[in-house]
Design a protein around this ligand. Structure first.
Ligand code: ADP
Ligand code: MG
Length: 269
């Protein structure tokens, strides 16, 4: 897979927004005796412009938390604010890529048209001009598949298209739910670096859910571990690894390996 970097935005890449405040948020599904607590009180603040990853066992409430931030579900208790405004529905400038990535695509539109849709609904509008569709498709290695429809693509390709479309809409806050789960390992490493490049260029705040601890460390300024059974935040680990990160050097560094040990213990024990 060939991946090309995205050119710098015309505006400066200082952080624009995406300050997320989560205060004592709870959420359960179902009612009465059958209710499942998906999140017991979670409090968390995410700084604008930061790259935060969320890890934890299956069912610990990662997707629920992301959906609440995206305004796609309402908490039972507590409050979420983005840049000071309470979240009461999908906020402007926030884009969410579903874990079930097909939900993030328009099946009746080609790959190019899916990206064009993202561009038309761009939040910042800082990047305009012809040829941007091709640029975003190139960034995720889909240039040759521009005329294909989602149903003519593999799961990994659909996932890459969903990411390209979300990026094209120039969000201030990008929420990604296991965005590389269907992508092969080598493409995955390239996409991680592409995402880090764009994050730096565009000054976007990124919250990314993954079940891969190593990916979580490699990408993030901060790794949030959610406790099993929706019990809330188990750990909040600052990752001070130097940037730009490098697939080989970063993953061999003593600091990276120390974080890996610490987080694997937390999650496995
Ligand atoms: P994760 O993404 O960490 O795997 P989820 O947020 O998807 O966890 O789910 C947390 C808990 O809430 C799980 O027990 C799950 O079965 C339950 N859950 C999630 N979504 C729903 C739903 N729409 N209806 C009922 N239960 C749900
Ligand atoms: Mg999930």
């Amino acid at each position: 897979m060939h991946i090309a970097p995205i050119a710098a935005a015309s505006a400066s890449a200082t952080a624009r927004g995406g300050h997320v405040e989560i205060e004592a948020v709870t959420k359960s599904y179902g009612t009465g005796g059958k209710a499942v607590a998906a999140l017991r009180p979670v409090s968390l603040a995410i700084e604008p412009g930061s790259f935060v990853t969320i890890v934890g066992r299956s069912g610990c409430g990662k997707s629920t938390l992301l959906r609440l931030i995206a305004g796609l579900a309402r908490p039972d208790g507590g409050l979420i604010r983005i840049d000071g405004a309470p979240v009461e529905g999908p906020p402007d400038g926030v884009r969410y890529v579903f874990q079930d990535y097909g939900q993030s695509l328009l099946p009746w539109k080609s790959a190019r048209a899916n990206v064009a849709f993202g561009l038309r609904h761009a939040h910042g509008g800082r990047r305009a001009g012809a040829g941007l569709e091709a640029e975003y498709l190139r960034a995720v290695g889909l240039e040759a598949a521009a005329d294909r429809y989602p149903w003519q693509m593999s799961g990994g390709m659909q996932q890459r298209l969903a990411i390209a479309r979300a990026l094209a809409s120039d969000p201030e806050l990008l929420l990604l739910d296991e965005p590389f789960s269907a992508v092969d390992a080598l493409s995955r490493a390239q996409l991680q670096d592409m995402l880090l490049g764009i994050w730096r260029e565009l000054g976007v705040t990124i919250v990314l859910v993954t079940h891969d601890i190593e990916e979580a460390i490699y990408l993030a300024d901060r790794v949030i571990v959610l406790a099993p059974g929706g019990a809330g935040v188990q750990a909040d680990v600052r990752i001070g690894l130097p940037r730009p990160r490098r697939q080989v050097e970063t993953r061999e560094s003593a600091e990276y390996l120390a974080h890996r040990r610490e987080l694997l213990r937390l999650v496995l024990e």
